[in-house]
Design a protein around this ligand. Structure first.
Ligand code: DGJ
Length: 572
């Protein structure tokens, strides 16, 4: 095997002085900040919307494999890439560290103006321990494994052995030290994932003697006190499970939570949390980037990973692992927004570390749940710059300052329509908007030339709809929009495949004062066509619309690449 260069050579390669990096003021490190109603990622002093994608598991183990993908990822409008860093390659022999892949990823990301989030595949990846170094795998006496209920050891490291977490935390700390040394100034790396989808088979718990002793001991005081003090604020499903078991605030795990397989899961969740907290804190002591965990909701290993931070376990994980800043759901299941809502609770900021590349879901998470970012999995296989996701990323990247401001103020909403849910009324600011999916009645006119050539401006113009038309294209599976209130009568609308009419306070009739399409260039709005006539009339039937208290006016967004509109409304 080719010898990879170690720390000093990597620092030189990246052209960064260690002394400079270490003296970087703490405030300049990428960090999370509560800004009004949202918790946001701050990079180089500014809120940052993470428009990301996660590489497949083995991609970042080869610089050669990755070489063609870096520019394509940037061209697909991503601003951040999630890449695995594995314990087996970072510490191939005990105490011998090799960060050449980390350095290579940082170098290529910088060259392509991308940020990175590293995923620490340490003790566990999808519950299993396949990324531990061979010197760990081959020595289960020193690094003991999970003992299953059938008496067999399985290839998962046990959470109950100090030697396991000290070895993992030691390697992770070395990684964070190295990242600080090579990136403490440039901030290419903005966040870290600690382990990957941890957990064990549903309803079970480790049967090692230490694990059994812990299970039969009193449930931890810290957790009991928190539950007693915060009864009303607990996640409802957790509170209910506990109350049904008797609502005790002391006793063994079984006495407090009942004799039920779920009690095993709560117990395991607490001990996984303690373990990951130790790893995260060891890393933060070296370089305090934001750290999160990702959660298997039930797709990865043919069932969910019990003891992972499933919705019912949010409080347990937050109390057990205060060193973890975010609990991120990997959402591959249907009902995307329901999962967003279940993780947009208990003070947990929403960050979606893994999902499918669905632009409508991106808009929903950002607009309705103040998501700080979105990251479809397997991204090097989806680098076509014309996908809806790439186009949506292009638009959101340009509009990000306005979106982030609106998340902080709570002046943003999203709407998602499809065949099962073809209409929805959204109240935001002084107006209510009746969104609906329409059908294209005539083809869209040619594209408006892009002011400044941004991705958003380069998209085709809105479908004309024709006289009396209700028309927007509805060929796509879902229609979606983000609505931002920018003043008492002013809105920004970003979206695709829908239309809306609106009413003022108390249902008063309202009409278009000014509607323009346009694009953001370097964060600044550059108007394109001023829309009027057929392009604002959704309903020309004057007598009927008057009876309903409507002006018949509204806006349309064609199906396809999402576009931006600025709207001013008046009432009469
Ligand atoms: C979830 C895991 O976290 C990822 O690393 C990857 O294995 C995907 N599942 C595959 O769908």
């Amino acid at each position: 095997m080719k010898l990879r260069c170690v720390l000093p050579c990597a620092v030189a390669l990246l052209g960064i002085g260690i002394a400079d990096a270490q003296s970087a003021p703490v405030s300049s490190i990428p960090h999370l900040e509560k800004r009004g109603k949202a918790t946001q990622m701050i990079v180089d002093g500014r809120p940052f919307l993470i428009l990301a994608g996660e590489l497949t598991n083995s991609a970042s183990s080869s610089m050669e494999y990755m070489e063609p993908f870096w520019p394509k990822l940037a061209a697909a409008n991503m601003n951040t890439v999630l890449a695995a860093v594995t314990w087996e390659l970072v510490e191939p022999e005990p105490g011998q560290f090799d960060f050449s892949l980390v350095d290579g990823a940082i170098r290529e990301a910088r060259r392509n103006r991308l940020h990175l989030i590293f995923l620490w595949f340490g003790s566990w990846k999808n519950a299993d321990s396949t990324y531990t170094p061979l010197w760990v795998k081959k020595n289960p006496k020193q690094y003991p494994l999970f003992l299953a209920e059938n008496g067999q050891s399985i290839t998962y490291l046990s959470v109950f052995k100090e030697g396991n977490w000290t070895a993992d935390a030691n390697a992770y700390a070395a990684l964070m030290r190295h990242i600080r040394e090579v990136d403490g100034e440039a901030h290419t790396v903005i966040m870290m994932q600690v382990e990957n989808e941890v957990g064990c088979p549903g309803g079970t718990r480790d049967q090692l003697p230490e694990a059994k002793a812990a299970f039969n001991a009193p449930a931890p005081r810290a957790l009991m006190d928190f539950m007693a003090k915060n009864k009303e604020e607990l996640v409802p499903e957790f509170r209910e499970y506990w109350q049904v078991a008797g609502g005790k605030t002391s006793g063994t795990w079984t006495e407090v939570f009942g004799d039920h397989p779920m009690t095993n899961e709560i117990f395991m969740a607490w001990y996984y949390a303690l373990y990951l907290d130790k790893v995260a804190k060891a890393g933060k002591a070296e370089y305090a980037l934001p750290m999160y965990i990702n959660v298997d909701l039930g797709e990865s290993i043919g069932g969910y990973s019990a003891g992972g931070a499933l919705p019912i376990q949010l409080n347990v994980w937050q109390q057990g692992a205060p060193g973890i800043d975010i609990i991120g759901p990997d959402i591959y299941l249907p009902n995307f927004e329901e999962w967003c809502a279940r993780y947009d609770r208990a003070g947990n900021p929403l960050w979606i570390p893994e999902t499918r590349g669905d632009a409508a879901n991106l808009f929903t998470a950002v607009g309705n749940h103040a998501a700080m970012g979105f990251s479809p999995f397997g991204i090097e296989r989806q680098t076509d710059a014309t996908t809806p996701l790439a186009q949506a990323y292009g638009l959101l990247a340009e509009a990000a300052p306005e979106i982030l401001e609106a998340q902080a103020k709570g002046t943003i909403k999203a709407v998602l329509l499809n065949a099962q849910h073809p209409a929805e009324t959204v109240q935001l600011g002084n107006y209510s908007f009746a969104f609906s999916v329409g059908r294209a009645r005539q083809p869209a006119p040619p594209a408006t030339p892009a002011p400044g050539g941004t991705a958003a401006g380069a998209q085709p113009a809105a479908a004309g709809g024709g006289r009396g038309g209700s028309g927007v294209g509805a060929a796509q599976a879902s229609s979606y929009a983000i609505l931002v209130s920018t003043g008492p009568d002013d809105y920004t609308i970003l979206g695709s495949g829908l239309q809306a009419m609106f009413n003022g306070p108390g249902g008063s009739a309202a009409a278009v004062a000014k509607l323009e399409e346009g694009a953001y260039v370097d964060g600044r709005w550059v108007p394109g066509r001023r829309l009027n006539g057929d392009d604002i009339m959704l309903n020309y039937d004057a007598p009927n619309k008057a009876i309903k208290g409507e002006s018949g006016q509204g806006f349309r967004l064609a199906a396809g690449a999402p576009k931006a509109l600025h709207l001013k409304i008046y009432t009469y």
